[in-house]
Write a protein that binds this ligand. Structure first.
Ligand code: B12
Length: 213
């Protein structure tokens, strides 16, 4: 079965087709993580490019996002494993002013299936909420997601607020999302790591916590 049609369905926001193709791919035994990384995410990347070129607008981008989310919902139960949350607590959220959550949700899914407990603060999260949640849940790591370049000051503010707080010495900070670069995250903001995708994030969190990969 040619799954390029799935990418195309995400680009065009054809939710029914995308869901049927995902169900077919599952029946055919395709790896769920591969379906996400190889067919769904590239679809949304193309949507982003088309948006940038003004070929489409926010409503179309929203329909494609919902299409992708519907497919991920089908794949989630196949990825999530029932592991005991023994590896530590990760607080995760999208920074203030930013409502994008698809990438963050994928990171959460992969972390949970790797044995971490994840406290998800959602989107548009002010810096102090990250600090309070890290304290309340005794987190080992805080993960920030940022897709908008206008979110850069909030990434910096949040990293600095955590580092300056009473939990700052204990909590490690990792950041990811289309707006960020390793130079900005680790250099200017002073975070402990930058992750290019969810799998990279899980690996780097394990490294930060000295858990064998
Ligand atoms: C879908 C989408 C939307 C949807 C979001 C739906 C949702 N529920 O998330 C909607 C339609 C709502 C939307 C709105 C807007 N969007 Co938008 N959107 C996108 C799009 C097409 C895809 C994003 C996505 O989900 N990608 C797929 C996921 C899986 O990838 P990801 O988020 O990068 O996450 C992966 C990694 O980055 C990493 N990661 C991410 N976070 C984290 C966190 C941690 C801790 C770790 C370890 C890793 C990690 O792991 C993830 C999985 O592998 C992007 C284009 C793009 N290329 O990113 C534009 C894009 C981000 N949007 C953009 C814009 C401009 C907007 C709007 C301002 C448009 C407007 N005029 O209103 C609004 C902003 C609203 C707001 N205040 O947030 C621009 C941003 C440009 C910029 N430089 O700032 C982009 C880049 C499009 C473009 N090329 O112009 N958007």
């Amino acid at each position: 079965m040619n799954l390029d049609a799935l990418t195309e369905a995400v680009v065009k926001g054809k939710r029914k087709d995308a869901v049927e193709l995902t169900q077919q791919a599952i029946r055919d035994g395709h790896d769920p993580e591969k379906i996400i990384n190889t067919y769904l995410i590239p679809g949304l990347n193309r949507v982003g490019e088309r948006f940038q070129k003004r070929e489409i607008f926010v409503p179309e981008m929203m329909i494609s996002a919902k299409t992708m989310q519907a497919c991920v919902e089908l794949l989630k139960p196949l990825i999530a494993k029932d592991t005991a949350p023994a590896l530590g607590v990760i607080v995760i959220g999208t920074v203030f002013g930013d409502l994008h959550d698809i990438g963050k949700n994928l990171v959460k899914l992969l972390l949970e299936s790797s044995g971490f407990k994840v406290v998800d603060l959602g989107e548009n999260v002010p810096s102090q909420k990250f600090v309070e949640a890290a304290r309340l849940h005794d987190a080992s790591v805080v993960g920030l997601s940022s897709l908008l370049t206008t979110g850069d000051p909030y990434v910096e503010e949040t990293v600095k607020a955590i580092k300056a707080s009473d939990v700052g010495a204990k909590v490690r900070i990792i950041c990811g999302g289309a707006a960020l670069t390793p130079k900005f995250v680790e250099g200017q903001c002073g975070a402990d790591a930058y992750a290019k995708d969810a799998a990279d994030g899980v690996n780097k969190i394990k490294k930060l916590l000295e858990i064998a990969v």
